[in-house]
Design a protein around this ligand. Structure first.
Ligand code: TYD
Ligand code: MG
Length: 459
C-alpha cells in the first residue's frame, strides 16, 4: 500500500493523526487539526547522510548586497530602503484595499531597472492589462503570467531568472503534495515555504500578497508572518481615499514606518507630506477638536483628534472609538473622572481620529484628554496649539520620545503653541510658546473646564 504523504497535526499539542477529526484526542481541543505533509523517505535519507556544517564569524568581508529601489519613495522607505535580494516580503490587507494596484505600480517602476515578473492567480491576463492601461504603466517591461501552481511558478522563475517576483495572491496558490484546497492553512503555509526556499536559494526578491481574513489575520492564523522577512500591511478606511502602508516586521529595517498613498482614478499617488493631508479640513472654534503631533516610524505626523460627548438615553452609555484603542479611552475617562472630578457616566462618548488614520502611540493621551475636556466644557481649544504627552493613572503627564521632532513639524505647519509634558530639565523651543504640564488637572484648569459635574480635585 502506498504510504500517505500527509497527516493531521494538532496545532496546540502536536499529536499526529492519519485522519481529520473535529476534536484532538490528545489535548481534547476543538478544530486544532491541520493537514501537513509528512517527512518523506527522501528527507529521512538525507538526514541519515548528515554532514558537519561549517561555522563562520559574524564579521562580513563582502560588501552589502545592493537593494532594489522602486523609486516610489513611500514604498522604498517602508521596506527599509528598498527590496533586499533573496528576501520575501508579505503585503497583507483587506480585499479591495489596493494591494494589486500598488504592486503593479511597483512592478512597473522596478521593471524599468531590472527584470521583474508579476504572477497573478486571481485575475486573468486581460484584466491585469486593463488595470495596467488605467495606471498608465502598460508600456513597462513587466513580465506577466497567470497561474496558481507553485511547481510551475518555481520552474519558470528558475528558467527565466527574474530579480524580483510578485505573487498575487498566496491564497490562490497550491502545491501538489497536499489535498487541501487553495487558501487553506496548510496550502498557504506549504506554498509560502516553497517560495521562501526558492528566494533564499537563488537570491530572488519575492513579494507575496496575502488577504487578511475575517479574523483580521493573514490566511486564518498568523501562519505567514513568522516565515517571511518583512510584513507590510496596506490599510485604509472604506470611504476614505487614502491608504497607509505600514511595516509591522522587518528583518532589514525599522518597523512602524508608514507610507501614505492616495487612491485616485489613475491608481495610487504618493503623499509626501501627510500632515498637510490630514489637517486641512479643520473648522475653527469647534469644541472637541485637537491636534496631536505624533510620530509614525521615523516621520512626524500631525493629525486631528475629535470627540463628542452627548447625553445618553442608554442604561450603558456608548463608547465608540475610530482610529484609537478603546481600552485606552476608558482609561483616560477614568483618570479624568477620578483626578479631575469630571464625570461622563451618563453620556455617550465618541472619539475619532480624523481622516481614517490609526494611532497606537501612548503620546496621544494628552491630546485625547484635551479633546474630551474641550468637548465636556463645550469650549474650543486654541486653534494654533498642538498636544502630546502620556497620561499616567494618577493623572501625571509623562515625557515622551522625539519631542523636538514633533515641535519642528508643528512649527513648519504654522502652529504657534504646544501643550507638552513637564520635564525635570526644562527644554526650550524658541519658535513656539510651550505650556509644560505636570498633571492633567492643570490642563483642566488652563482650559477653565467647569462643567456642573465637576467635583473637588482629587475626588
Ligand atoms: P485592488 O488593487 O484590486 O485591491 P486588492 O488587490 O487589495 O484586492 O484595488 C481595488 C480597488 O481600488 C477598487 O475598489 C477600485 C480601486 N481603484 C481605484 O480607485 N483607482 C485605480 O486606478 C485602480 C486600479 C483601482
Ligand atoms: Mg488583488
Amino acid at each position: 500500500m502506498a504510504k500517505t504523504a500527509t497527516h493531521y497535526v494538532c496545532q496546540s499539542c502536536g499529536s499526529c493523526f492519519p485522519k481529520w477529526s473535529g476534536k484532538c484526542e490528545g489535548c481534547h481541543g476543538w478544530n486544532t487539526l491541520i493537514e501537513e505533509a509528512t517527512v518523506d523517505a527522501f528527507q529521512k535519507k538525507t538526514t541519515l547522510k548528515a554532514q558537519k556544517i561549517d561555522f563562520t564569524s559574524l564579521e562580513d568581508s563582502s560588501p552589502p548586497l545592493p537593494r532594489f529601489l522602486s523609486d516610489m519613495n513611500e514604498f522604498d522607505r517602508v521596506c527599509g530602503g528598498g527590496l533586499v535580494p533573496g528576501s520575501v516580503l508579505l503585503v497583507g490587507g483587506d480585499p479591495g484595499i489596493g494591494k494589486s494596484t500598488l504592486l503593479l505600480q511597483v512592478a512597473a517602476l522596478i521593471s524599468g531597472k531590472t527584470s521583474c515578473v508579476y504572477i497573478s492567480g486571481e485575475e486573468a491576463a486581460d484584466q491585469v492589462r486593463l488595470r495596467a492601461r488605467r495606471l498608465q504603466v502598460a508600456e513597462s517591461p513587466v513580465q506577466l503570467a497567470t497561474t496558481t501552481h507553485i511547481g510551475d511558478i518555481l520552474k519558470s522563475l528558475h528558467q527565466e531568472g527574474p530579480v524580483v517576483a510578485i505573487i498575487d495572491s498566496i491564497q490562490t496558490m497550491y502545491v501538489d503534495h497536499l489535498d487541501a484546497a487553495p487558501g487553506s492553512v496548510s496550502q498557504v503555509r506549504a506554498s509560502a515555504h516553497e517560495l521562501i526556499r526558492f528566494a533564499k536559494k537563488y537570491g530572488v526578491a519575492i513579494i507575496i500578497v496575502g488577504h487578511v481574513t475575517k479574523e483580521g489575520l493573514i490566511a486564518g492564523p498568523r501562519v505567514l508572518e513568522h516565515m517571511v522577512d518583512t510584513v507590510l500591511y496596506f490599510e485604509g478606511e472604506r470611504g476614505h481615499h487614502f491608504r497607509i502602508l505600514r511595516s509591522v516586521k522587518n528583518r532589514f529595517g525599522p518597523t512602524d514606518e508608514i507610507g501614505v498613498f492616495e487612491m485616485t482614478d489613475k491608481g495610487l499617488q504618493e503623499v509626501s507630506n501627510p500632515s498637510a493631508l490630514f489637517l486641512p479640513h479643520r473648522t475653527e472654534d469647534v469644541s472637541g477638536s485637537c491636534v496631536f503631533a505624533g510620530i509614525e516610524g521615523t516621520r512626524p505626523l500631525l493629525v486631528e483628534i475629535q470627540s463628542l460627548i452627548a447625553p445618553s438615553s442608554l442604561a450603558t452609555p456608548r463608547r465608540a472609538v475610530v482610529g484609537w484603542d478603546s481600552g485606552r479611552l476608558s482609561m483616560i475617562l477614568a483618570v479624568l473622572e477620578t483626578r479631575c472630578g469630571l464625570t461622563c457616566s451618563n453620556r455617550d462618548v465618541f472619539l475619532n481620529v480624523a481622516g481614517g488614520l490609526r494611532i497606537s502611540e501612548p503620546a496621544a493621551d494628552l491630546a485625547v484628554a484635551a479633546s474630551l475636556l474641550s468637548s465636556l466644557a463645550n469650549t474650543s481649544l486654541p486653534h494654533d496649539a498642538i498636544f502630546f504627552g502620556e497620561v499616567g493613572l494618577s493623572g501625571e503627564i509623562r515625557p515622551i520620545n522625539q519631542q523636538e521632532a514633533r515641535l519642528k513639524e508643528a512649527f513648519k505647519l504654522g502652529f504657534k503653541s504646544a501643550f507638552v509634558p513637564k520635564t525635570a530639565k526644562p527644554y526650550s523651543f524658541s519658535e513656539m510658546a510651550l505650556i509644560p504640564l505636570a498633571h492633567i488637572s492643570e490642563l483642566a484648569n488652563y482650559l477653565e473646564v467647569k462643567p456642573k459635574q465637576r467635583r473637588a480635585y482629587g475626588g
